[in-house]
Write a protein that binds this ligand. Structure first.
Ligand code: GA4
Length: 326
């Protein structure tokens, strides 16, 4: 294993090279939100890939770039400053360590709950410009997620078009924002011309995740046959990722996609992911509206709280849904 650290003051953690490079993928499904058949395209993409690129979304690039700049500014501040935000419970600043069970990757990040009126109660160190950039971004992306989920319900021929959106838009619904920074490699690693695992393979536990990154490559997804492909970056678009909760809500019709990030080390990658989840006490079970006559649930019934608790005992790459399959 290769040892790398952002600054000599940091404890070096052995990081792993990626298992394989992942081939270039020209076939990323694209959904244009301003297009009439968007609902059907969303459903088709979520069935075939559990993933798609979203264009025509109406969120101006400058709003994304504003948050990107504020995020980078934070990550460029002195290590001691950043460590002040290291509450690691699991929210706040994190460096290389992901989750509570020993997963590591070449990144540093901020993780916050998005709740109620003050998404920043856990971000005391954020400057007011950082806070306002984040607030505006979250407000817009939340509305975007609502639209995507309502079109999805339409595409699935649900009678209630708010069947998914209501689950993630409630007062108690749990959202999380993750701001990731995959730094350039320090010398001499940079010269090795190798990449490192930035964020190891996993599925997202929530309903959907809305990802936006700068123009630096790194995101890879697993296709149905298990092969890994790289997703060309697009800083103007969002990428929508189906999470485990949505897979269960649709009884497996829409699939949660395994994905990972490779750090190339030459150009830093900045990504922001808004995870939209249901309320803690919510039952996560296939919805009657998406099931055929007589269709049986593929999952044992559980609540979001139970799922989160179970997830906390797993490693990043574990098949978390497996233990709830019938
Ligand atoms: C993966 C998706 C999100 O980044 C995240 C991660 C969470 C964490 O960082 O605390 C988890 C991981 C993620 C799934 C399994 C557990 C929990 C780290 C980990 C090993 C914020 C999430 O919701 O689940």
């Amino acid at each position: 294993a290769m040892v790398a650290s952002t600054s000599p003051a940091l404890e070096p953690i052995p990081l792993l090279p990626p298992p394989d490079a992942g081939t270039h993928f020209p076939g990323v499904p694209v959904v244009d939100l301003s297009h009439p058949g968007a609902g059907e395209s969303i459903v088709a993409a979520c069935q075939d890939f559990g993933f798609f690129k979203l264009t025509g979304h109406g969120i101006p690039l400058h709003l994304m770039q504003r948050l990107e700049s504020a995020t980078l500014e934070f990550f460029h501040s002195p290590q001691a400053e950043k460590e002040k935000a290291n509450t690691a419970d699991p929210f706040g600043y994190g460096n290389k360590r992901i989750g509570p069970n020993g997963d590591v990757g070449w990144l540093e990040y901020l993780l916050f709950p998005v709740a109620g009126d003050d998404p920043f109660s856990r971000a005391p160190m954020a400057t007011s410009s950082f806070r306002s950039a984040l607030a505006e971004y979250l407000r817009r992306v939340k509305e975007l997620a609502r639209e995507v989920l309502e079109l999805m319900a339409e595409g699935l021929n649900c009678k209630e078009r708010k069947i998914f959106s209501n689950l993630v838009m409630g007062e108690q619904s749990e959202g999380i924002i993750r701001l990731n920074h995959y730094p350039e490699f320090p010398q001499p690693e940079k010269q090795l011309d190798r990449s490192l695992t930035g964020f190891g393979e996993h599925t997202d536990p929530q309903v959907i995740s809305v990802l936006r990154s700068n123009d630096s490559a790194g995101l890879q997804i697993a296709l149905k046959d298990g092969s890994w492909v790289s997703v060309p970056p697009d800083h103007q678009s969002f990428f929508i990722i189906v999470g485990d909760s949505l897979q269960v809500l649709t009884n497996g019709r829409l699939r949660s996609v395994r994905h990972r990030v490779m750090a190339n080390g030459v150009k830093c990658r900045v990504s922001m992911i808004y995870f939209l989840g249901v309320a803690p006490g919510e039952k996560i079970a296939p919805l009657g509206e998406v099931m055929e006559e007589g269709e049986q649930s593929k999952y044992r019934e559980f609540t979001w709280n139970q799922y989160k608790k179970a997830a906390c005992r797993t490693r990043l790459g574990d098949d978390r849904l497996g233990q709830f399959e019938k």
